[in-house]
Design a protein around this ligand. Structure first.
Ligand SMILES: [Zn+2]
Length: 269
């Protein structure tokens, strides 16, 4: 995404927008302000927040926000370059260059929003979908949207709301996945297992909390350093990652591998 952002900054800011649209009905998520209000305005460049690309106008009045999801592709075309017949979204600049979004998928998931700067800030401040009840398909989208260590991704409230570090430990153990595994590398069966573990662990936690159970009884991995794993009996290990301590079973989750410390203080040195 960062490479795309860099590649798009110059072409989108070179000329004002001559024609905004067409846009697929499933792709354009906003109707007020209308898309045509972009016409005659020039973008300041391209910015990025996670996998979202932002194109603020030079006058500071509008922000075009693009989320490509898995299958969306954003291309800048020079004047006269062949363009797709049915783009999901298109902008034509004065002089004939184009910005084209295509999505080669049955279900259109990529989105374009035309927002005021305040509405854009609110949109970006939004939490991700609730972890409880998130199905494997939706979770898969989230996992592939950013390549991150699973433990960090699960805790990121923008992506998934409702999982803290303790439950990230419990969920990853139940899913038999390494806390350091990269989210975008997961195979489909891993995603299915992670979705099932997220649901069953959070439900288990909810039920125990409702019955008034202590942390000690609720958690099976979190803060259980040296205690036998409830599945295989291997002593639970811990590792410092960024500003958190992760607990995991080296047998169930990392194939016997001991994870190395990745403390933020050490990384910054
Ligand atoms: Zn184990």
């Amino acid at each position: 995404m960062e490479a795309w952002r860099r590649g798009l900054t110059d072409p989108v800011s070179a000329f004002p927008v001559a024609k905004a649209g067409p846009a697929h009905i499933a792709t354009l998520k906003t109707f007020d302000p209308p898309l045509e209000t972009l016409e005659g305005r020039r973008f300041r460049g391209a910015e990025r927040r996670g996998k979202r690309l932002l194109f603020p106008t030079e006058d500071g009045e509008l922000v075009l926000l693009v989320h490509l999801m898995t299958a969306g592709r954003l291309k800048s075309l020079r004047a006269g370059e062949p363009a797709p017949k049915t783009p999901a979204f298109q902008l034509e600049f004065q002089g004939g260059a184009k910005l084209v979004l295509t999505e080669n998928a049955k279900k259109k998931r990529a989105g374009v929003w035309l927002l005021t700067p305040d509405a854009a800030a609110a949109e970006l401040a939004h939490l991700g979908p609730e972890a409880l009840g998130l199905d494997a398909e939706a979770l898969g989208e989230i996992l592939r949207s950013e390549s991150r260590r699973l433990h960090a991704l699960l805790r990121d409230q923008r992506l998934v709301a409702g999982v803290g570090r303790a439950w990230a430990n419990e969920i990853l153990h139940a899913a038999m996945l390494s806390p350091y595994a990269l989210s975008a590398d997961l195979a489909d069966p891993d995603v299915d297992r992670l979705a099932a573990a997220m649901d069953s662990e959070l439900r288990r936690g909810l039920a125990l909390r409702e019955s008034g159970a202590s942390d000690e009884r609720t958690y099976r991995v979190h803060r259980k350093l040296g205690r036998p794993c409830h599945v295989c009996g291997t002593p639970i290990a811990q590792v410092d990652f960024e500003e958190h301590t992760i607990f995991y079973c080296p047998d169930c989750q990392t194939g016997g591998r001991v994870l190395k410390d990745r403390r933020l203080s050490r990384l910054l040195r």
